[in-house]
Ligand binder design. Sequence first.
Ligand code: PBG
Length: 334
Amino acid sequence: MAYPTTRLRRLRGTAAIRNMVRETVITPHDLIMPVFVTCGTGIKEEIASMPGVYHFSLDLLDAEIDEIAALGIPAIVLFGVPETKDAVGSSAFEEDGIVQRATRQIKARHPELLVIADTCLCQYTDHGHCGMIHVHEANGVKTGIVDNDESLAYLVRTAVSQAAAGADIIAPSNMMDGFVHAIRAGLDEAGFESVPIMSYSVKYASAFYGPFRDAAHSAPQFGDRKTYQMDPANAREALREAEADVAEGADMLMVKPAMAYMDIIRTLKEQFDLPVVAYNVSGEYSMIKAAARLGWIDEKAVTLELLVGLKRAGADTIITYHAKDAARWLKEAE
Ligand code: PBG
């Protein structure tokens, strides 16, 4: 059938009919809020490039978590800013590490809220890389090779310590080869066989992480992450990354960043039957906040459009710094 028999505008005439035929609906249940926890006391410090996102010391954390839970957001991802850093990232896997302490505190107060632990070393290593590094210095220029297999043992220790502290889900973001296999084996051996792995399967070496690295003090001290994070130009390689993680026992597949990678979200959704997670990263958030502050865009409308777009593209759940704002707007609209 074609025009004039077919008139597509018939189903757009009123709000009621648009509501009836809407294909994708975003709710607070679709959202995961990242939370930055830091050592010390009395700290609630806004991240300059991420308005509305703060570093919290543990004594000031409860109010933030209460607010997230009250908004109906089911999960948070925890990022730690430790007091000390060393070559192997020891503060990532100490029993009283900042993420471990925060996890215990949150789970005691909100047992139903899912705590997802980001498993990586870059915030905890003095060189700022996500794994163990062998440094060479020639003519004052430092270069380093990240040792894949050596890094796995430290990542496993980190994941197990996070699970022991009560983390509900382990989310490894380090992009070493074989990390899902190693962490799955480590968790199982430690008795955490029912803790799922949300794998950062397809993580690109992206400039959109800029504000996060300021926030988490995790920028590499030299070099970049291009030997382990993916080339933004590659889509077929994303399938290989995801296939590897599925074979190694991942429970969920993540695509990160989100906005410039919606084709990858869609492809993973079609090619695999695991839940797909989209990580709407720091730089994506900052762009919207900045444009909104300048009065150039309507923040609420743009944010909700972005989130529904990510879900329509295939995301089953979305990690986003907009989670609290979006949940509030969605509740107001009810
Ligand atoms: C740690 C990690 C990063 C992000 C999440 N986990 C930074 C990076 O890889 O440099 C980025 C999150 C964001 O930009 O919002 N490896």
